[in-house]
Ligand binder design. Structure first.
Ligand code: ATP
Ligand code: MG
Length: 305
């Protein structure tokens, strides 16, 4: 259904009533740039410009631009298939691992372009860590899950040769394991069984261990793709508290299907809608209480999606 309306400046504009208008009745396309131009103090930690992703013929993200402020929680919401995971994977170039994915556009972290030749992907993924939907600890001890990354990167030296050369960093490793488990609010539950297999932990504990593992390599940005969707309400609430806590020190970007969760934990919310468009991006309160886009309001109030 569509109708012709008169805009503020008197020009007639064609709108699809109910689907492609603003809450004030204007055309969606007309003002979308204003809705996604989120203003905040300081430089963005992550600056995304004109990001397009194709999987073969499927255009999964369409010219997305957004600035993500440092030390805050940014929620990404939207219906299934709208490109949230695709967007998240662009921020540490995990899409490079998907053969059919073609990424165009720019992503800068602290002003440095990550889509250029010569970028060290191991270093990038240290700076921009990721936590997945299903907890995926290594089938190793709790301690080894955390120490694995720092040992692999050579930040911690362990093993027979290190011992023979007198360079065994056991104390440093103990401190790191304790710090990360405390930061992930898991220390009290596991400090007496650090050498037990991580797969013996509950789902919620495993997810906090995965967060601790991510913290062990000293990231700056933490990407989380529906980190609590496989967990019960108590475990979910622990993860939510943890996310808020982490945002004092890290820049957290979290995908969630749970609107209440986005409203509870995030500072700003980006709404993606079907077709891979970023439709509105603003303070979380604004998005949930008074969005500009009619489509966003319909999505949030459960009318579609
Ligand atoms: N590895 C892939 N290969 C091909 N197409 C893909 C791949 N990953 C995602 N897509 C397509 O890209 C689009 C966006 O998918 P994406 O997984 O980013 O959505 P999403 O918003 O995270 O959805 P959900 O909420 O269900 O997790 C979809 O049409 C999907 O089919
Ligand atoms: Mg997804």
């Amino acid at each position: 259904m569509s109708e012709t309306r008169s805009s503020d400046d008197g020009t007639a504009i064609q709108t699809d009533t109910g689907t492609r208008t603003t809450t004030a009745g204007e055309s969606d396309e007309r003002v979308r740039e204003e809705w996604t131009d989120y203003g905040f103090a300081g430089q963005p930690k992550v600056a995304v410009e004109d990001l397009d992703v194709h999987y073969g013929d499927d255009h999964a993200l369409k010219s997305v631009s957004m600035g993500i402020p440092e030390n805050s929680v940014t929620a990404l919401i939207g219906p299934s298939g709208c490109g949230k995971s695709t967007f998240l994977r662009c921020l540490n170039r995990m899409n490079d691992r998907i053969n059919s994915a073609e990424v165009d556009g720019s992503v800068r972290i602290d002003g440095q372009e990550i889509y250029q030749e010569g970028v060290n992907l191991v270093e990038l993924r240290k700076r921009v860590g990721q936590v997945f939907q299903a907890p995926n600890p290594f089938p190793k001890s709790i301690r080894d899950n955390i120490a694995y990354g720092p040992r692999k990167h050579g930040d911690i030296d362990r093993g027979l040769i290190a011992r023979l050369l007198g360079r065994d960093d056991k104390e440093e490793e103990d401190e790191l394991v304790e710090r990360c488990l405390k930061q992930a609010a898991l220390w009290d539950e596991v400090n007496d069984r650090l050498d037990d297999n991580a797969l013996g932990l509950s789902g919620g504990q495993q997810q906090r261990l995965c967060i601790a593992r991510c913290l062990a390599v000293d990231p700056e940005v933490i990407l989380m793709d529906e980190p609590a969707s496989a967990l019960d309400p108590v475990a979910t609430s622990k993860i939510e508290d943890l996310i808020e806590e982490l945002s004092q020190q890290y820049t957290v970007v979290v995908v969630t299907h749970n609107m209440q969760q986005a409203a509870r934990i995030s500072d700003q919310t980006a709404v993606f809608l079907t077709g891979g468009e970023l439709v509105e991006y603003d303070d979380t309160d604004k998005i949930f209480e008074n969005p500009e886009s009619q489509r966003v309001e319909d999505y949030i109030t459960g009318k579609f999606g």
